[in-house]
Design a protein around this ligand. Sequence first.
Ligand SMILES: [Zn+2]
Length: 277
Amino acid sequence: MPELPEVQALAERLNAQLASARLVRTEPLAFSALKTVLPSPEALMGKRLDEVGRRGKFLVFSLEDLRLLIHLSQGGRIDLVPSSRTTRPRGAVLRLRFDRDPAIFVKEFGTERKAGWWVLDAADPGPLAKLGPDPFSKEFADLLRSGADNGRIHAMLRDQRQVAGIGRGYSDDILHRAMLSPYRSLASLDPGERERLLEAVRDVLTEALVVERRRTGGLPPKLGDHFTVHARYGTPCPRCGEDLRRVSYQSHEVTYCPRCQTGGKILADRRLSRLLK
Ligand SMILES: [Zn+2]
């Protein structure tokens, strides 16, 4: 899934190419992807695109007195295409045409959670109202320094109400960087571990953003080739050489290094132990 670095760099690219352009056509191409009824998508026509920004994993298009949000979710991606193109390939979600190229084409692949979009009055936060602070904010630093969350840190980092923009991929890399077990809770961390976690969050996201800013165009299906440990189960830990392990869940898996993160302990893989019974 595109997370903060991918969406931030994408927003910057879209802004550089399309800020000040006028939206001439909004084409909804998938029935259930539009999450709002009013204002209607037609209300966006003729509006000037003031800015493309990001909040959490949402792309935020500011269009005068209206806002358009896009959430790519698991399988949503973006192509930048010539405005003249009118084809409607499989997985098409939305096409936005401006008074200059490129047009923005939102598509999705796979059957996992779907991409969605919202048309809102500029003053209406819509789904952004539920988001927690940005990972680079003071509010988030305060949360990590004094929070007493008892859940697993891995789940906390992915919870968009606690901190907005981190998902499965970067939470693996962040905990590996911080040398903390994904099963630890924030409440159990001492002050030194909390600082290490905060630094890891910011360093991992900042480094990924540097890489993402080298990308051109939209956002292709294959992402995340620059993860350190995420999805690299079975390969050697880049820090200590030990084989990376994983814990599998129905919808995702958590990758970690036993030597660097859990004091050598192998975390119980519930799905695997069930199969072995
Ligand atoms: Zn290691």
